[in-house]
Structures are given as C-alpha cells and as structure tokens.
Ligand binder design. Sequence first.
Ligand code: GMP
Length: 332
Amino acid sequence: MTQTRFDVLTIGNAIVDIIAPVEPGFIEREGMKEGIMHLIDTDRAEDLYSKMPLTRQQISGGSAANTAAGVASLGGRAAFVGKVADDPLGDVFANDLDAIGVYYNTSRLKNGALTARSMIFLSEAERTMNTYLGACHQLTEADIRPDEIGGAAITYMEGFLWDPVEAKKAFVLAAHYAHKHERAAAFTLSDPFCVDRYRAEFLDLIRSKTIDYVFANVHELKSLYETDDLGTAVRAIAQDAELAAITMGAEGAMAVYNGEVVSVPAFPIDKVVDATGAGDLFASGFLLGMARGQNLESALKTGCLAASEVISHIGARPLLDLEDLSKQHGLA
Ligand code: GMP
C-alpha cells in the first residue's frame, strides 16, 4: 500500500442550511406544518428564499460534509465529494469547506438545478424545515475519482445516497475503488426511514463486504434488524460487519469489532442546545481515530468529545478547534 493522502474522505449530499427566525403567523400563512421537514421544488425554494429575513444565517451542512469538517477540525486530512451548482450557495458551501481545510474538488452542476438548501424557520418553539435537494441529487459515477478514493485511509458515505439512482451507483463504485487500493469503506445508515426504504440493500452491502465499517444510532440499528431489542440488533451486526460503531445519545457510544464490544459514556455537557450533527461529529472523531490506528476506546472517546462540542451550540459544524479540545482532554 502507498502512503495515504487523506485520513478520511466522505461522500454525501451537499446542502446549505439557511436559518432565520420568523414572526408569528409566517409558518401558517405559507401553508407549512410547524416542526416538520417539507421537501420542496425549485420554484418554491426560490419563492421561500426571497421571503426569508435578511438576518438569515447561512451555514453549510449535509451529514457527510459535517463529518469531513469535523475531521479537519480535529487536525485530520479530510476530503469531501458531493454536488453543488455554479451558484451563490454553491460558493458558500465550497468556501466553508475551504476555510476549514477540507479538500473539495467535485465539479459544479451546470444544468439548471440549484445548490441544495434546507431553509429552517425558527418560530417560538419549533424548527420548520423546507428542503430542496436540487443539485446534490445529481452526483454520478463520473464524480468518483480513483486517485482520491484510493488515497484515503477510509471512505465514508451516507445511506442517504441510496435515494437517487445515479448516486447509488457512485456509492458502490467508491467502495470498489477503496478496496482495490486496500483501503476501508464505511457508511452510515443515516436515518431510520432511510433504513426502512433500503433494508435489504443495506444488509446486502454489509453481508457482501462491500462495506467494512457501519455507523448507526440505536433507532437505525433496530430498524435494520426489525427488532425492539438493542442486544439482539448488536449481536446481529456483530455477525454481519467487521466493525460497527453505534451511538446511544446521552448513553454514549459502542463499537463492535471482530466480536469485541467496547462502550464509552457520553462526554458530559451542561445543556444540549441543538442535537443536529451529533452523529456526524461522532463519526468524525471515531473515523479519524481508526484511520490513525488508535484503539477502539480512544476512537470512541474522540467521537463523543467532538459530538459534545457540536450539540452545545446551534449549527452542525464545530465552532471550537477540536484538535485543541482533544489535546486538552488527552486524546490527540
Ligand atoms: O449522538 C451521537 C453522540 O452525541 C453520542 O454518542 C454522544 O456522545 C453525544 N450525545 C448525544 N446526545 C447527548 C446528550 O443528551 N448528552 C450528551 N452529553 N451527549 C450526547
């Protein structure tokens, strides 16, 4: 094996979150259901965007992109593959990755679809999301470069990529390139509903060893094996996967590797301000630990520490330098 160029390369939906508070009545007047995620088309996306107050905050998101940002903040060499358009929000997305030191070189989409955005309206009690997927759903095999994947110790992908047919092919091709270069391929189950849509295919990816490392929270894992009992689900994934990393919210996280099970508690924090990104940042720490050959316990602890930072504030990207934070806790 040659030397690696990246510790972790992630592939996923490239989305910008646009967050703004709205006055009472706005949600209802616009025909939205408060607290719910609505999928919207181009016209609706442009209309709603124009109605957002100028005080809106634009923060790049996307699950796998958040993970790459976390790896870079921890001091790792990170890369991201995902599709944005040649438009202002595409610039926001690329600039945010550049600013944190994530390598990002996917060609921009030029056929008219806009960069994906999730407009998040904050009312008194709820976050109401309106997500337009646009360009991010047009990732194809042509975006998967053997030299980039082959240069990454671990390639980590979102289960969400199974929604668009072309992205699914890109996912499988990336796993193939990773193995061709004797690297590891990992994926996250992403969401319990996503697991529901693709259960048989996800199990096949794991059992056929297309994927080496599986990331899941307890809801996703139980959904995969259609059981309410976590122990049953953990025994099943231990049989099927070489390595599984399972997040358990306030209970911490667990890794199962060749029959060995290691658990660590959650990193204590005063208050969970916004749980968005917890799983993404856990993955950053755990993946970087594995890429650097740390033991399971250290990798899990780095994951929990990174997660604790991102849930202490609004937004799914770290605000503190996670490398400094991990040094302070004796983990770097
Ligand atoms: O959900 C991913 C990770 O985020 C978990 O493994 C924990 O490390 C962390 N996490 C999630 N929810 C909580 C919580 O309520 N409290 C704390 N301290 N950590 C959490």
